[in-house]
Write a protein that binds this ligand. Sequence first.
Ligand code: ZN
Length: 275
Amino acid sequence: MTSLHHNLVKTITTYTSLILVITALSSCATSPEGRTQFKLIPDDQMDLMGAQSFEQIKQQTPLSKDQNINQYVLCIANKIIPQVTQNPDPKQWEVQVFDDPQANAFALPGNKIGVYSGLLKYAKNQDQLAAVMGHEIAHVIAKHGNERVSSQMATQAGLEIASVMLGGTQDANNAMILAGLGLGVQFGITLPFSRSHESEADLIGLDLMAKAGFNPEQSVPLWENMSKAGASPPEFMSTHPSGSTRIKQLKERIPKANITYQQAVNNGQRATCKL
Ligand SMILES: [Zn+2]
């Protein structure tokens, strides 16, 4: 009996391993820039995680009551969102401005966008703010949050934790999700986006802003404003690390984005969002 039982356990273990391998292989996908991605979490789960995280932030940070800033941010969002192929209807997105001095912004799966009023110190015109928002939305389009949460699940604890995470609400899992979604500063658990994620978000973001009628050349002074801050860099930089490669790579892509931008302008799509 003992031997039979042992064999049975062995067989089950073998099949479980096989299923795990198949699951892992089938969850490999490709980013919009052609990079292979490892994603374990279904899109609707990511949307749910994004929506829940957004509610958490709304509970702990006051919303801006400044009508001008709200209209300005909404104007920019409503130009960019129609360029998001996966979900181009602005009515299905929630955009909030937080009354907070931190220079930061984020977008989450589940069609959520948050902008902190402190960001306006660095994003000095509509095109510069569109560059940040385009970059954030690009992280969502490329499903970087899913990759980040998936790789943490895989490295930290394997399938058991994964199954708990997908249904669980435990604090540790919650922290892992928030960090994976790029909400480091807000919750004190910084997990910077990788160089490859930053690069993809920059390039996809540049394309989005150009299609929306924002001048892509303004992305360069924006990142320069952020980098020049010196001793007290904007909060945005702790989760979106930058270097000289970022500006160099943007400059290389700007001529192509300019063609897209000129087409948008010629079609009467030049953005006119004013503060
Ligand atoms: Zn980023």
